[in-house]
Design a protein around this ligand. Structure first.
Ligand SMILES: [Zn+2]
Ligand SMILES: [Zn+2]
Length: 471
């Protein structure tokens, strides 16, 4: 039976258990204003964000934004499928709290946290394949799929100049292990180059992380005809990105002997990673395919995405943006992590998770990009990246009338921006009333994703969260 309802293809509902439990304040079952079991040093607040003791805001980086009591409301608005991404960032965890923030340790911690979350929220059902997802949804649940968004997927050492070359057997064993823990979607790179492929580089954080973990900065293609720009990509600015306290983070991570911040100034154009798909990456993609595991192309370098498409890799993108200039906002911050026209034409399936935006954007960007993709024949899902430390879109200066469906007392997302996950329901009600084209399309996104899953991973095994061993 066809499923009616929207999907969020990228969120971090248990990110509080990531980063050695050191970065995100508060758990999903805490009341919104009580996130004060702080591990972080005060210095982290100035680097990553503030408001750790208050309610979350749209620009919060370190305050929990996804609460257990919001899922019923999201279900009522039509949420039927959510990708729960297990992530980690060794740099942030080690700098701000504790050493040895290995990825596999953090995957297990997030799996335990997900079990706790599902106990609080019986509405959530973690599934291993599309068949399980369909039956969970038919029973009134939100199907939840585990994905891995890690830097060192195969247990490569951190603080090591070279990636180890892995044997076929070792890769296979590691994929089987993660699959036994329920992971069904794999990012091939996150914020540093992996042994599989280069990552998309669009913030100083990525280069700092690379220097911290691998003793090297990312290398740019320097191609003159690269047609999109990163913010402030001029020689006069010297640097592409200067977030307020990158210098501080860089000093903490790399010490005073390293450059205070990384120069991206290659002529007029934005940085693009010279590393594509590696020789080791090709068999990994083949193994993923054979084992019924999906590849999420988000965070792969442009070169890696192009090369993976040459190999007919069934990529999908979970929290993407499109490189175009919108009508309602002058220019977007398009980066290597955004899809080119050519890539969009070459994608094997027509489902795309669209990022809601960061704290510098308004939701207008999301609306414009969704419409653009719908006109190109895509089905659009959310790719909110909530709790992903990237911030959420801010409110509008001008607030159009919102429908009666906005619950009394809920801050208007149009005024305040997307402060927490529950407000996604307001966005959906707003779309239903004011942007029906987007609404109708998005309500087909769960079905579109399930069809993608069925066609590219027909042999994905069942998964049972309650019996899986986490030690
Ligand atoms: Zn991401
Ligand atoms: Zn993420």
């Amino acid at each position: 039976m066809t499923v009616h309802g929207f999907a969020d293809l990228h969120a971090h509902p248990v990110a509080h258990a990531s980063f050695n439990s050191a970065v995100l304040q508060g758990a999903p079952w805490d009341p919104p204003g009580h996130c004060n079991h702080s591990i972080l040093s005060p210095i982290s607040y100035s680097v990553l964000g503030t408001d750790h003791n208050k309610n979350p805001t749209h620009h919060t980086k370190i305050h929990q934004q996804m609460f257990a009591d919001q899922y019923d409301r999201l279900y009522d608005a039509g949420l039927r499928l959510m990708v729960c991404s297990f992530t980690n960032n060794v740099l942030l965890a080690e700098i701000f709290a504790s050493p040895e923030a290995y990825d596999h340790k953090n995957v297990l911690a997030q799996l335990c946290a997900l079990r706790e979350l599902v106990q609080c929220v019986p509405r959530l059902a973690v599934v291993g394949n599309a068949k399980q997802a369909r039956s969970a949804i038919a029973n009134g649940k939100i199907a939840c799929i585990i994905s891995l968004e890690l830097d060192r997927l195969f247990g490569e050492p951190v603080h090591h100049a070279e990636d180890l070359s892995h044997s076929h057997e070792l890769i296979s064993r590691q994929l089987d292990y993660y699959s036994s823990l329920g992971a069904r979607i794999f990012h091939l790179a996150h914020v540093v180059d992996s042994p599989i492929c280069g990552c998309a580089v669009y913030e100083d954080l990525f280069n700092i992380a690379s220097a911290y973990l691998k003793y090297k900065f990312m290398c740019d293609c320097g191609q003159e005809d690269y047609y999109f720009k990163l913010q402030c990509a001029s020689k006069e600015d010297g640097y592409l990105f200067k977030p307020k306290n990158t210098t501080l983070l860089s000093t903490l991570a790399l010490g005073p002997d390293f450059p205070q911040t990384t120069s991206y100034a290659y002529g007029e154009y934005g940085m693009r990673n010279a590393v594509g798909l590696t020789a080791a990456g090709v068999p990994v993609i083949e193994q993923l395919r054979q084992k019924g595991l999906l590849v999420d192309g988000q965070h792969m370098s442009q070169k890696a995405v192009d090369e993976a498409l040459d190999l007919n890799t069934p990529l999908f993108f979970s929290h993407d943006t499109v490189r175009f200039v919108s009508q309602s906002e002058e220019q977007y911050r398009e980066t290597e992590n955004s899809r080119t026209d050519e890539q969009l034409q070459r994608l094997p399936s027509k489902i795309i998770g669209l990022g809601t935006g960061t704290e510098k954007d308004t939701l207008c960007k999301f609306f414009d990009q969704a419409e653009d993709l719908i006109h190109r024949g895509y089905t659009v899902a959310f790719g909110t990246d909530f709790n992903g430390l990237g911030g959420q879109p801010k409110g509008l200066d001008y607030i159009p009338a919102v429908g009666p469906s906005v619950v009394k007392g809920t801050p208007y997302f149009l005024r305040d921006g997307l402060s927490h996950y529950g407000m996604l329901a307001d966005v959906v009600y707003y779309l239903k009333e004011h942007r029906p084209l987007i609404y109708c399309n998005m309500m087909q996104s769960t079905e579109a994703f399930l069809q993608h899953w069925e066609s590219y991973a027909p042999n994905a095994p069942d998964f049972d969260l309650h019996t899986v061993r986490t030690t």
